[in-house]
Structures are given as structure tokens and as C-alpha cells.
Design a protein around this ligand. Structure first.
Ligand code: SAH
Length: 233
């Protein structure tokens, strides 16, 4: 499935192309952290096809293609496109796209990018308003294989497990054990590890046959924290 925006102005198409150039440049500049492995070709292809302007509030639309995080309401942010690219790449999705779990749907943008890469995505968002908005938008844009629900994403989505990859888009000091349990052996979790006020590292965790995680640190990052206090939906 390759959803294409129904109304797409040349203006945004051009901005999207410039954004791809910027992401490529930043990837090249950070190669010392990321390693020489070539970027999964599905990543930029997906970013080109997902209309980011729909995932930001109307007054932010003009800035939708800046390579920076943007506010999406409820004190939350849509991640920087470069970080979306890095995280999507390091998930190492199987050739058919696989089944991916996301903690922190936020605007739904990261989930849409993974959907455009061919994955079936299960994403949980703790803020009910954001979850409802992301769900409606993804349906409107035709992302039928991207599922969003409101709740505490720390607990995962057991009915859809096991997953081929897990992406956590909010920071925490530890890896949620329920998510490790819902990950296939050999598969990866990509997440910002660290406290909300302190240092955070984007890490890739690979599940070993004995259930332990092998950890590789990629980059210093800054994400909003994982919270556990909005389970009222
Ligand atoms: N992936 C998002 C950006 C996420 S920002 C995007 O593409 O727009 C981090 C999100 O994680 C916020 O929306 C926040 O509300 C959510 N979050 C924090 N703790 C959570 C939890 N325990 N379960 C689910 N979502 C959570």
C-alpha cells in the first residue's frame, strides 16, 4: 500500500524534496555515529510519500518540512525528520515490511512513515486527544495497515505480538519489559534511553535467543518522557 496525498500542492512537493536533501546531508555528517551501512532505501522513499503538513497543527503547516521537531499540542512534539529516518532505518524491517509496534503515536507521522515502508503498524498513544486525531488522519490518508489506539503503550499490544520491530518515541530510563516480551528473537527495539531531564541516547537493542538485549548506542538525543498517567481512554 502506498498512500498518496489527494491534494498535494507543488509547494509542498518541492519542500519535501528539499527536506530529503537535508536529511541526506545530516546523515552524511553523522556517519561517525551511525556507521557506514547504507540507508534502507525504503526510508527516504516513504518520507517523500508521506505528507507531513497534515500531521502538524494548521499554524505550523508552513514549517512542516523543516528538518526540526514541531509542537503538535498537549505539550508533545512530532520528531525531527532526520531522527524519523534514523529510527526507521535501524528497525531493520524485514523485506515484506513486517509487523511493528510503536509506543507514542503522537501525530501519527512516524507510524505513517513505517506504514509507507510496507509495515503493518500498531501504535499506542497515552493522550486520548492525540490518539483520536492520529487515528482519524491516518484513516483519511488511506493508511489502512496503521492501527492506533489510546492507552498506556508501556504495556504493548499483546494481541498483535510478536513484533518484527519496536520503536519507542518517548524517552525512558529502562526498556519496558512487556515490550521485550512482545519482540521476536533477533528483532530490534529502537528507543531514546535516559531520563527526561538528563542525557538520552538513541539506542538499538537486539533481542538475543536467551531474551537479553544487546545494546548499541547511536546518538545523543532529546525526546519527551514516557509517562504512565493518562490511561483514562
Ligand atoms: N511518534 C510521534 C512523536 C512522539 S512524541 C510522531 O511521529 O508524531 C512522544 C509521544 O509519546 C507523545 O505523544 C506522548 O504523549 C506519548 N507517550 C508518552 N508516554 C506514553 C505511554 N506510556 N504510552 C503511550 N504513549 C506515550
Amino acid at each position: 500500500m502506498s498512500p498518496v496525498p489527494s491534494t498535494d500542492s507543488d509547494h509542498f512537493a518541492q519542500a519535501r524534496a528539499l527536506l530529503i536533501d537535508e536529511i541526506k546531508r545530516e546523515l552524511a555528517e553523522t556517519r561517525v555515529y551511525l556507521g557506514a551501512e547504507p540507508l534502507d532505501p525504503r526510508v527516504l522513499d516513504a518520507i517523500v510519500r508521506v505528507p507531513r503538513e497534515h500531521f502538524v497543527p494548521p499554524d505550523m503547516r508552513e514549517h512542516a518540512y523543516r528538518n526540526s521537531p514541531l509542537p503538535i499540542g498537549n505539550s508533545q512534539t512530532i520528531s525531527q525528520p532526520y531522527i524519523v529516518a534514523v529510527m526507521s532505518h535501524f528497525l531493520r524491517l524485514p523485506p515484506h515490511g513486517g509487523r511493528v509496534y510503536e509506543l507514542g503515536a503522537g501525530s501519527g507521522y512516524q507510524a505513517a512513515v513505517l506504514g509507507a515502508m510496507g509495515a503493518e503498524v500498531y501504535s499506542v498513544e497515552i493522550q486520548p486527544e492525540l490518539a483520536a486525531r492520529a487515528k482519524a488522519l491516518l484513516a483519511e490518508l488511506g493508511f489502512e495497515r496503521v492501527h492506533v489506539r489510546a492507552g498506556d503503550g508501556y504495556l504493548g499490544w499483546p494481541e498483535a505480538a510478536p513484533f518484527d520491530a519496536i520503536i519507542i518515541t518517548a524517552a525512558g530510563p529502562e526498556v519496558p519489559q512487556p515490550l521485550v516480551d512482545q519482540l521476536k528473537v533477533g528483532a530490534r527495539i529502537v528507543m531514546p534511553l535516559g531520563s527526561s531531564g538528563g542525557d538520552q541516547s538513541l539506542v538499538v537493542l537486539s533481542k538475543q535467543p536467551d531474551g537479553t538485549l544487546e545494546q548499541r548506542e547511536l546518538l545523543p538525543v532529546r525526546f519527551v518522557p514516557i509517562t504512565r498517567d493518562r490511561v483514562d481512554a
